[in-house]
Design a protein around this ligand. Sequence first.
Ligand code: ATP
Ligand code: MG
Length: 277
Amino acid sequence: VTIPLTELEKLQVLGHGNGGTVYKVQHKRTSQIYALKVVHGHGDLTAHRQVSREKEILRRTDSAHIVRCYGTYDNPSGDVSILMEYMDAGTLDTLLRNHGTFSEPELAHITRQILKGLSYLHAHKIIHRDLKPSNLLVNKKMEVKIADFGVSKIMCRTLDACNSYVGTCAYMSPERFDPDAYGGNYNGYLGDIWSLGLTLMELYMGHFPFLPPGQRPDWATLMCAICFGDPPALPSGVSDEFRSFINCCLQKESKKRWTASQLLDHPFLLRHPTSNR
Ligand code: ATP
Ligand code: MG
């Protein structure tokens, strides 16, 4: 049974996104806290299309590593709202800014959870297409969950091309820019693996790996670096296993990248086994 919107009280704004706002809300009767994403109907068409997509995907996913959806709402004026579980430690992006970079054991713990989420999505024919630190939610139990399915794609045919320019350009894989050169139509799911590799490098190094610390992206230069340059490299001092893991994600040729389920058995994760689950 879905909680009626009228029983939810807005407590604060958690974040603004594409045409919408995410609120921290409380169910008055049970005091339970949730997150509510609201996109207004009179906003732009893109935002509306994205939230409809997200609604469709969240309603069909059921995984400990995908943000839980407890209900969706459409009102006559066209507003769309999504009631989600509240993740009380924010995003990996805010954690990185506020608490600094992550150690290898911490990253192994984070990586395993993202990979479980990705292998669930990919098994259900969903490509996220916008994986990055600010779309990975965290709670105080250090559970990591994938969120923000606004530009995700549900694959109908296995050979569906998925090279359109959606998502955050910086984290997009080479085959999304140049499918012919990098095997873009081979397996669209592997674009998420590239984004995972960049995300983990950023969490380790503290800055977006294609750019020096503090530098603002210039899109043309960045796109050239992604397509024509070598993949970014980790600094010295990291373990061989972590270096190898990143290498398996950041293969420019998509065919050579490992899948999410293959990466779950990578030595980097075997070296840091989960203690409590
Ligand atoms: P952006 O374009 O910045 O990625 P968006 O429109 O895609 O935004 P989301 O990424 O889903 O929207 O949410 C925006 C922000 O709201 C997130 O970065 C996060 O800080 C916060 N947020 C979203 N969902 C939750 C949640 N379930 N629990 C806690 N915070 C959340
Ligand atoms: Mg987002």
